[in-house]
Design a binder for this molecule. Structure first.
Ligand SMILES: [Zn+2]
Length: 155
């Protein structure tokens, strides 16, 4: 399943990428451009704009309208409504650019990460597109927490 997020949902898209969902984010010059992109790339358009969601229907593009402002609730809503199976951490994507992350040998991130991190950590990932390096840093706990919230049946 491939998603496309409107410009109000950039952080939401980043979170979905972390959980392994192909989530494009696009800053369009017009709504039409956004709809075109969703159509051509076979993506479900996620938007906070109800009118835009309705226009998608007319163009035969799948969309999901979100009322929720809170990111946590937005994610839960998307996962439930679209019945998404999260693939985490196995298929984590780069929160910056949506490309897949690769587990790499430690030597490859030398110079890409702070020296103390390089010394302390064993496991690293690199984005195959933007070359950004990742490790289990201070955000890891909140990511795990968000993940268990999303896969649990409870609100
Ligand atoms: Zn990247």
């Amino acid at each position: 399943m491939k998603l496309l997020f409107d410009e109000m949902l950039r952080n939401t898209a980043s979170w979905m990428r972390i959980f392994g969902v192909d989530s494009a984010y696009f800053h369009p010059s017009s709504d039409n451009e956004l709809i075109e992109l969703a159509k051509n790339d076979n993506r479900i358009l996620i938007t906070r704009d109800k009118e835009l969601a309705n226009r998608c229907k007319k163009h035969g593009v799948k969309s999901l309208h979100i009322n929720e402002v809170n990111i946590k609730k937005q994610l839960k809503f998307i996962v439930q409504r679209l019945n998404i199976k999260l693939n985490f951490p196995g298929a984590t994507r780069c929160p910056e650019c949506n490309a897949k992350l690769l587990v790499v040998q430690k030597q490859l991130v030398k110079g890409l990460v702070p020296p103390d991190i390089f010394k302390e950590r064993k496991k690293f990932w690199i984005c195959q597109k933007c070359n950004k390096a990742y490790w289990k840093g201070s955000h890891w706990k909140s990511i795990l927490k968000m993940h268990s919230y999303l896969v649990s049946g409870m609100e």
